[in-house]
Write a protein that binds this ligand. Structure first.
Ligand code: ADP
Length: 496
C-alpha cells in the first residue's frame, strides 16, 4: 500500500502523521518544543528545535508504521504560518531565533508603513491588513536589528522564509529554497493576484528580494529528502510534493474544494476560512484574503477571519476561576440548562478581531442575576464561541461570500452542545468529520495528488467520512441580537 507522510509543524509542537491511500492514519508522533519569551509580547522559537523535533517525529512515525522507503510515495508539509527565519546560504545556520507570528515587537514598523500611506496598497496587493502578525515586518526587524545581517543580505549570503521554507531547505540538504503560494500569502510581501513577490512592498521595508524563497504551487515539486538526515538515511530521495500553511491545509483536509465551502477550527482561537474559488475578493470588514492553494495550475483563494479567544475561554473557566475541572465538564454542565438565562459572555480577553476590530475591548459577562449558576456561565461561554463564529460568517456574507454549510474541526469542536447551538445561530448545517487530523490530512492530500496516490480531489472526497451533522433546530435570532448588544458593552474598556 502507498503511504503519504504529513509533517505538521505547529506553534507549540511538531508532528508527523503517516496516511494510507485510504486516508486512514497509520502512525503518528508528536514532540512539543521550547517557547522563548525574551521580553513581554516577544515570542521566539529556536529554528534548530523546529527542525530537530520535526525530523525526529518523522523518523518515529515511519518506524512505528514499519514502512519501507519505497512505500512512502511523498511527503507533505503544513506549518504555523507567518513565523520568520533567516539563515546563511553557505552554512545553513540561522542568524537569530525565529520570530513567531504571535510576537508584537514589530508594531512600530507597521506604524511606519501606515505613516508612509501604504495601508491601502498592502490591502490591494496582499489581501491583508497591515499588522505585526505577518512576516514582512519581522524580516525587516531582523535586517534592522541583528548585527551584520543587512550587509550579508545585500551580498546575497542569506536566505529568508517562513517555517515551510526553513524545513524544505533542510530536508533537501540546502538544494531547494522555496515556499508555496499559501504561505507566501501571509508574508505581506506577496502579490496574491500576480503570484509573485511585490517590489514596492519589499522596497518600502528595504528587504532585498534575493533573500526570498521561490513561490511554488502547493501541490508539486519541493525537492527530495537529502541522504544525511539523522534517522532518515534510508528514506533519502523520497519526494516532498505538497506544502500549505496550517489553516489552508485544514480547509483542504476538510475537502472544501468548491467555492462557498468553509471550515472553522475551534482551538485556543478559531480560524474560519471559506473557499472563494478563483476570485480573490477584498473584504470591507477586515477579513483577510489569501491564496488557499494552487493545484493543477488552478489557484484557489480563501477569505479568512479569526476569533482570538475561543477554547481559551473554557480554559479560563477551568484554570483561573476553577469553576470546572475539565472542558468535558463544561459541556456536561451546559447541557443541564436549556439556555443561559439571558447571560452573555464575550471572551474579549485580548480585544476583538474581525468584524469588530477593537483592541481595547475586554472580557465581559452581562445579565448576571442571583439565580445565575455555573451551568449558565458554562453555557454562555460555549455559546459565546458560536456567536463570535456567527459574527465572522455574517461579515463574510456582507463581503458577498455566503455559506450553506460549515465544516468544523479542532479540540473544542468535540462539544456537541456548542455544535448544536452553532447550527442554530447560523441557521445552516454544521458538519463534523470522522477524521480529526484535518490539517495534516490536507498536507498529505496535496502531496499525494501530486505524486499520483490519488487521481483527483473527487477520489479523496469519496473517502471522507462524517462523524455527525448538526442541523438548525431552534430560532435563536432574538438571542443573537442580545449578543450584539453584549459585544457593544465589551468594547473600548481597557485603559489606553
Ligand atoms: P490548539 O491547537 O489551539 O492548542 P486544540 O484544537 O487542541 O487547540 O483544542 C483545545 C482547546 O479546545 C482548548 O482551549 C480547550 O479548552 C477546548 N476544548 C477541548 N475540548 C473541549 C470540549 N469538549 N468542549 C469545549 N472546549 C473544549
Amino acid at each position: 500500500m502507498k503511504t503519504v507522510a504529513a509533517l505538521d509543524q505547529g506553534t507549540t509542537s511538531s508532528r508527523a502523521i503517516l496516511f494510507g491511500e485510504d486516508t486512514a492514519v497509520l502512525a503518528a508522533a508528536q514532540r512539543p518544543f521550547r517557547q522563548i519569551y525574551p521580553q513581554p509580547a516577544w515570542v521566539e522559537h529556536d529554528p534548530d528545535d523546529i527542525l530537530s523535533s520535526t525530523l525526529s517525529c518523522l523518523a518515529e512515525a515511519l518506524g512505528r508504521a514499519g514502512v519501507s522507503p519505497c512505500d512512502v510515495a511523498a511527503i507533505g508539509i503544513t506549518n504555523q504560518r507567518e513565523t520568520t527565519v533567516v539563515w546563511d546560504r553557505a552554512t545553513g545556520r540561522p542568524v537569530c531565533n525565529a520570530i513567531v507570528w504571535q510576537c508584537r515587537r514589530t508594531a512600530p514598523i507597521v506604524e511606519r508603513l501606515r505613516a508612509m500611506g501604504m495601508a491601502a496598497d498592502i490591502h490591494r496587493i496582499t489581501g491583508l491588513v497591515p499588522d505585526a502578525y505577518f512576516s514582512a515586518t519581522k524580516l525587516a526587524w531582523i535586517l534592522e536589528n541583528v548585527p551584520g545581517v543587512r550587509a550579508r543580505a545585500e551580498k546575497g549570503e542569506l536566505c529568508a522564509g517562513t517555517v515551510d521554507s526553513w524545513l524544505i531547505w533542510n530536508l533537501t540538504g540546502g538544494r531547494v529554497h522555496a515556499t508555496d503560494y499559501s504561505n507566501a500569502s501571509r508574508t505581506m510581501l506577496f502579490d496574491i493576484d500576480r503570484l509573485r513577490w511585490d517590489e514596492t512592498l519589499c522596497a518600502a521595508l528595504r528587504i532585498p528580494m534575493s533573500l526570498l524563497p521561490e513561490p511554488r504551487p502547493s501541490s508539486g515539486d519541493f525537492g527530495v529528502l537529502a541522504d544525511d538526515l539523522p534517522g532518515l538515511e534510508a528514506f533519502a530521495g523520497v519526494p516532498i510534493r505538497g506544502c500549505a500553511g496550517d489553516q489552508p491545509a485544514s480547509l483542504f483536509g476538510q475537502c472544501c474544494f468548491a467555492p462557498g465551502e468553509a471550515k472553522n477550527t475551534y482551538g485556543t482561537g478559531c480560524f474560519l476560512l471559506q473557499n472563494t474559488g478563483e476570485v480573490s475578493p477584498r473584504s470591507r470588514s477586515g477579513l483577510l484574503t489569501s491564496v488557499a492553494w494552487q493545484l493543477g495550475g488552478k489557484t484557489t483563494y480563501a477569505i479568512e477571519g479569526s476569533v482570538f479567544n475561543a477554547g481559551s475561554s473554557i480554559q479560563w473557566l477551568r484554570d483561573e476561576l476553577g469553576l470546572i475541572s475539565s472542558a468535558q465538564e463544561c459541556d456536561r454542565l451546559a447541557e443541564t440548562v436549556p439556555d443561559t438565562g439571558d447571560v452573555y459572555f464575550v471572551s474579549a480577553f485580548t480585544g476583538l478581531g474581525a468584524p469588530h476590530w477593537d483592541m481595547y475591548a475586554r472580557g465581559t459577562a452581562v445579565g448576571l442575576t442571583r439565580g445565575t449558576t455555573k451551568a449558565h456561565l458554562c453555557r454562555a461561554a460555549l455559546e459565546g464561541i458560536a456567536y463570535q463564529t456567527a459574527d465572522l460568517v455574517r461579515a463574510m456574507a456582507e463581503d458577498g461570500c455566503t455559506l450553506s454549510e460549515l465544516r468544523v474541526d479542532g479540540g473544542a469542536s468535540r462539544s456537541d452542545v456548542m455544535m448544536r447551538f452553532q447550527a442554530d445561530v447560523l441557521g445552516i448545517p454544521v458538519r463534523r468529520p470522522a477524521m480529526t487530523e484535518t490539517t495534516a490530512a490536507g498536507a498529505a492530500y496535496l502531496a499525494g495528488l501530486s505524486a499520483g496516490v490519488w487521481r483527483d480531489t473527487a477520489e479523496i472526497e469519496a473517502l471522507l467520512r462524517t462523524d455527525r451533522v448538526f442541523l438548525p433546530e431552534n430560532d435563536v435570532s432574538a438571542r443573537y441580537a442580545r449578543w450584539r448588544q453584549a459585544v457593544e458593552l465589551s468594547k473600548n474598556w481597557a485603559a489606553r
